[in-house]
Write a protein that binds this ligand. Structure first.
Ligand code: AR6
Length: 192
């Protein structure tokens, strides 16, 4: 199932005029490794040596060369991100962003998650040729960040940067998460 921000498909006048894009944030349910985008963001760990979840899926899809490139980095602090090539994936780049482990909220987890999204956007911008970028819901799996707050933080960053990209994709793994994202996006747009 594929869900999109409803504003994305709005027509400008009585349905007769050419379609006009109002939103560049797409909310989709998919395996992020299958998306045809310039950059896929990975929910990595600080060691940058692979793992489970979306990290494992990306390493499997990209092939072993991605680990060879990652070994050039000593690691990556929480809230930061590094960029590698996408190798066997359709995406030209993988941006490995390290979100925080949820420890109850008193260890700057929300600020660190926001920084992870900002760092990922910074690595994308530095490449000079990323027009389309897809994000998983960083920290909401093994790292247990509460989904509602994580969605608000993720979509706030995406709204801040959407004008710089042809497409920003929030890629969720199940329909329930996509519904949460869609409602959150509508509410955040209203409050801007
Ligand atoms: N495509 C899109 N989303 C996915 C996919 C996929 N193929 N697989 C999982 N998700 P997680 P984290 C969703 O645990 O919480 C790893 O071991 C998943 O449903 O992958 O940041 C790393 O090496 C969830 O909503 O990342 C780290 O050690 C979201 O992606 C640690 O897990 C993030 O879940 C990072 O934990």
């Amino acid at each position: 199932m594929r869900l999109t921000d409803s504003r994305h498909d709005a027509t400008s006048f009585h349905g007769c005029a050419p379609r006009r894009r109002q939103s560049m944030i797409d909310i989709v349910v998919a395996d992020i490794t299958t998306l045809e985008v310039d950059a896929v963001v990975n929910a990595a760990n600080g060691a940058l040596r692979g793992g489970g979840g979306v990290d494992g899926a990306i390493h499997r899809a990209a092939g072993p060369q991605i680990m060879t490139e990652l070994k050039l980095f000593p690691g990556c602090p929480t809230g930061e991100a590094v960029r590698t090539r996408g190798y066997k994936m359709k995406a030209k780049y993988v941006i490995h962003a390290v979100g925080p482990i949820w420890r109850g909220g008193g260890q700057s987890e929300p600020a660190l998650l926001a920084r992870a999204y900002e760092s990922a956007f910074a690595r994308a911008k530095e490449s000079g040729d990323v027009k389309t970028i897809a994000f998983p819901a960083i920290s909401t799996g093994v790292y247990r960040f509460p989904k509602y707050d994580a969605a608000r933080i993720a979509l706030t960053a995406m709204l801040d940067h959407e004008s710089e990209y042809a497409r920003v994709i929030a890629c969720l793994f199940d329909d329930e998460d996509a519904v949460l994202y869609r409602e959150m996006l509508t509410s955040l747009r209203r409050s801007r």
